[in-house]
Design a protein around this ligand. Sequence first.
Ligand code: HEM
Ligand code: NAG
Length: 500
Amino acid sequence: MGLLTGDALLPVAMAMAVFLLLVDLMYRRQRWAARYPPGPMPWPGLGNLLQLDFRNMLECCRKLRGRFGDVFSLQLVWKPVVVLNGLAAVREALVSHSEDTADRPPMPIYEHLGIGQRSQGVILAHYGPTWRELRRFSVSTLRNFGLGKKSLEQWVTEEATCLCAAFAAHDGHPFSPNALLNKAVCNVISSLVYGRRFEYEDPLLGRLLGLLEDTVKEDSGIVPQVLNAVPILLRIPGLPGKVFPKQKAFMDLLDELLTEHRSTWDPAQPPRDLTDTFLAEVEKAKGSPESSFSDENLRLVVADLFSAGMVTTSTTLAWALLLMILHPDVQRHVQQEIDEVIGQGRRPEMGDQARMPFTNAVIHEVQRFADIAPLGFPHMTSRDTEVQGFLIPKGTTLIPNLSSVLKDETVWEKPLQFYPGHFLDSEGRFVKQEAFMPFSAGRRTCLGEPLARMELFLFFTCLLQRFSFSVPEGQPRPSDYAPFGALVSPSPYQLCTQHR
Ligand code: HEM
Ligand SMILES: *[C@@H]1O[C@H](CO)[C@@H](O)[C@H](O)[C@H]1NC(C)=O
């Protein structure tokens, strides 16, 4: 047959190639817009995928910033991406133009978990009515939690007491604090969502934490990037379940807990927790089809709170303790302040924070230095937007480089060192810094910030009120270096606890 001979194949192949090039050109029209941010030239069909070294993104992006400036563009297959570096660019995009930059890019890799038109949860939701309604609900539930009943602060304080007891049980022997910190922080989210905590030995808590950690791993690397950029691959039957088995298992476990919780719900009683409050909204919303209060959104909001509120907070606490054993002088100064303001007779409370500028500065500096969400979470423009004189068309993914703000040399005195003085004036008073953006900024800023602050302050001060921490004798001093990346814990370390 003539069709199969080399002679005929050539024109067919050429026609295909021309067709693909045309499709490609269509997708990169954006780049020809006047004043589009500069960036490396994308390859047809692949964009800059092959030009990026995914194993050494840090070095790779440093070079790009050096070559193209603070605002540069990339193309991941057909997806246009703009990276923002430094306080000025990030603030202009996220704060000054917050209305235009508050959307999220589509992330088809999560669709198999039940994310769709009407069910989007909070984190991944498009900038629109669903997001607004669910965000408002989450913020107000966090604020009003336990009015008249056990407040969130009481839950956190009690958890801190359990954590101290578990630390004390190590009896001065060296141990790695990470597992206990994870459990304590997980219990805080569980208190908020399900109105209950788990004993640290409970296998269910272990399972929940294991799955959470695994989902973080599944989300990183190049495979999810490629699948998001070429979502048609996700249509391959069974593929999402194969590539992201833990996400699915994590959702299944949350569903189990929700079902159990629902069976004990009594609408006549005041709500025990966020789930009850949400269920009441679902009842109220019956009959109004536009409402976002649905069973599908309940499970997504719950999943969002666990996945956004857990590893972030516990990783920060792991950094806090590491930095205390590396900087004993800072640790002693915090303890001195605790002794003066709180003493040993009662537990710390949020009301103490305003009178503890040094401790407050230390916690801020821990967050700045630890830099655990260096690239924040991607945004997308919902309109044509101008940033630093560049034109960013509607539908462009924005990556705010929070790390470049937290370590901006034009702002911080010692950007690469742990130096609580960044947040203190010459009189020892606490000073706010605009470039302190570990929670991001603008409309999409972390909605859990008040809870995260409460946890960081109460856990940290409770632990330092009771213990002194040190590098175990005979062990080498652990490093405070961590590779650039999302939610990177400090390299494994052990500490010694000494009763005070
Ligand atoms: C130290 C702890 C934490 C850090 C560093 C942190 C950081 C962040 C960052 C960088 C974002 C992305 C904001 C953006 O898109 O621009 C975010 C979003 C979010 N965080 Fe946190 N977070 C922390 C704790 C928490 C906690 C405890 C909760 C829940 C109780 C929480 C819930 C959320 C939610 C729901 C979003 C999505 C907001 C939206 O899309 O509108 N976070 N967080
Ligand atoms: C983000 O900023 C850090 C610190 O300035 C830099 O090392 C890194 O390469 C930047 N990443 C990107 C994606 O621009």
